[in-house]
Design a protein around this ligand. Structure first.
Ligand code: UD1
Length: 375
């Protein structure tokens, strides 16, 4: 019998792919998930995509009794369950912090009680904890800037300016050593996740690792969730015959990593003792502008590549650029992403074509606007 893994959030997008990979490597997999309506739809039951060999336990991570019983006799704990939505986290502060921070606290207290059988813990962290990525100023060298000022953004001057000399700066790969400046409640919650797991793991001698996921895309993303990542949002808009809404000028960039590469990176970390107590970026090291991502998705879905609403507005807390320096994961874990964006996006769109989704983007944009969180 293979080792037993419990994945919180195991019925979700990333968790279900990780479950598939674990099963293929001979692990026994249990998923603990509350089937959140925003992700899974109202009154959802077991998702059709969830591998039939995964045991699904429906429960909330803040329920100690239910979680304790799910954790019984588990060797490996992977904590992915979280409320995910940067914009929404800024007006549902209590709900996010309750699910994310108190959820992690509950999970950890039970893990401590059952530590005699837990060999390893892995927690999903996020690139959001960096805030802006690392940049190079032509005069001042490497800089780790805070967010662009409100005054600068009010002028629709989108590019990052050096906080010391004011010159335009170029983004460079962001390593794990960059100072953390989380700019949303979600990001603060994710930093909590990371620090809570590493500190509790260290104190109780339960090996723990945190993975900083960059922008994850792929099949099974919740297309009707308007707070999910931009790839799914654009695909959902296009699927509904509407032009995607592009914030700023579309020149902002991110590092898009395919969900199967995320799963592989997590497994490598779990199986490698040198990951204990460490944090790792999981990205590709390639930056793509949001406009290029939109064009690629439109192209794959057979929609015009120039029909976008570039709204020249910005979301509070949005960063301009961040992409991963993946050398630590490469050196310590032997991690190398295997899906290039062009192939991954084609696969994503083939799947999207077989789906229906309700376009909730206008409603979500309105929620942000009425609270002054997009301007
Ligand atoms: C954020 C988090 C990330 C999290 C992800 C999932 C930060 C820095 N990162 O990423 O950790 O995993 O959310 O929710 O907080 N955009 C549009 N049109 C849209 C939607 C988005 O132009 O309809 C733009 C945004 O303004 C942004 C970029 O696309 O510039 C990426 O947005 P999004 O996919 O929400 O992810 P991040 O904010 O990068």
């Amino acid at each position: 019998m293979g080792k037993k893994v419990l994945i919180t959030g195991g019925a979700g997008f990333i968790g279900s792919h990780l479950g598939d990979l674990f099963l293929s490597k001979g692990y026994q997999v249990k998923a603990y998930d509350n089937l959140d309506p925003q992700v899974h739809g109202e009154n959802a039951s077991r998702p059709a995509y969830l591998n039939k060999d995964i045991e699904l336990i429906i429960g909330d991570v803040r329920n100690p009794e239910a979680f304790a019983s799910a954790l019984n006799s588990v060797d490996i704990l992977v904590h992915l369950a979280a409320a995910v939505g940067v914009g929404q986290s800024m007006y549902e502060i209590v709900r996010y912090t309750s699910i994310n921070t108190m959820g992690a606290a509950t999970v950890l207290e039970e893990a401590v009680k059952q530590r005699d059988h837990i060999e390893k813990m892995l927690v999903a962290s996020s690139m959001s904890i960096y805030g802006e990525g690392l940049y190079l100023c032509p005069d001042c060298g490497e800089i780790s800037p805070r967010l662009r000022s409100t005054a600068q953004l009010a002028e629709r001057n989108w590019d990052m300016l050096c906080p010391i000399c004011g010159k335009p700066c170029t983004p460079i790969p962001t390593p794990e050593t960059k100072p953390l400046y989380p700019t949303s409640i979600y990001a603060v919650n994710k930093r909590d996740h990371e620090e809570m797991f590493l500190s509790v793991g260290d104190a109780y001698n339960i090996p723990a690792t945190a993975m900083r996921f960059f922008n994850v895309y792929g099949e099974r993303q919740a297309l009707s969730n308007p707070y999910t990542g931009v790839g799914a949002i654009f695909a959902s808009r296009l699927l509904n015959g509407k032009p995607p809404v592009v914030f700023e000028d579309g020149g902002q960039s991110r590092d898009f990593i395919h969900v199967r590469d995320i799963a592989r990176g997590c497994l490598l970390a779990l199986e490698n003792g040198n990951s204990n107590g460490e944090v790792f970026n999981l990205g590709t090291g390639r930056k793509l502008s949001i406009m290029d991502v939109g064009k690629a998705i439109a192209g794959e879905l057979g929609r015009p590549a120039d029909d976008f609403i570039v709204n020249n507005q910005y979301r509070a807390g949005d960063i301009r650029h961040c992409y991963a320096d993946v050398s630590r994961a490469k050196t310590i874990l032997g991690f190398k992403p295997s899906t290039v964006f062009e192939e991954g996006v084609s696969e994503l769109c083939n799947w999207v074509k077989s789906q229906t989704s309700t376009d909730m983007v206008d409603k979500a944009t309105e929620e942000l606007k009425k609270r002054g969180l997009s301007r």
